[in-house]
Design a protein around this ligand. Structure first.
Ligand SMILES: Nc1c(N[C@@H]2O[C@H](COP(=O)(O)O)[C@@H](O)[C@H]2O)[nH]c(=O)[nH]c1=O
Length: 143
């Protein structure tokens, strides 16, 4: 998680109006993928990390600085769905995202698919990253 937070920190202020999210994927004690939200807010950090890990994500643990999204504003695959499809077995989340595109839905989707979800690792450090982040509260707020 320390590495995921360091990755996120490199993009703070460059991803508006999305938050900068760091993701590190670990299997058998080895980092098999890592990523951070792209400039302008996309791709999401989990997408970058999963693309890097490819098949090595199967059975792995993902460390994510913010709760993975449960829905995309574009209607595409959410990060929760991508993590499930990749075969990730455990997701460790530093802090929650109260956006309408997450707000517990990301974690629920993961758990419903049998993925173990742990919240709160390095939460204070992650929350400090998101002090200026204003989560989307309505569809109108994205227009
Ligand atoms: N940037 C970011 C997230 N951002 C969250 O995902 C929501 C939908 O994003 P979008 O579909 O791109 O408009 C966005 O409003 C915000 O709550 N989530 C993540 O899992 N990882 C990421 O890297």
């Amino acid at each position: 998680m320390r590495r995921a937070i360091a990755l996120a920190r490199t993009r703070v202020g460059l991803t508006a109006e999305n938050p900068a999210v760091g993701c590190v994927i670990v299997r058998d004690g080895v980092v098999v993928g890592e990523g951070v939200t792209g400039e302008g807010g996309r791709p999401h950090g989990e997408e970058v990390a999963l693309d890097g890990a490819a098949d090595l994500a199967r059975g792995a643990t993902a460390y994510v600085t913010l709760e993975p999204c449960g829905q995309r504003s574009s209607g595409g695959l959410s990060c929760s769905e991508r993590l499930v499809a990749a075969g990730v077995l455990r997701v460790v989340v530093a802090c929650s995202d109260s956006s309408i595109y997450a707000d517990g839905e990301g974690s629920r989707r993961l758990q419903a698919a049998g993925v173990a979800v742990d919240h709160g690792l390095m939460q204070a450090e992650a929350e400090a990253l998101y002090a200026a982040y204003r989560p989307a509260k309505s569809l109108e707020s994205r227009r």
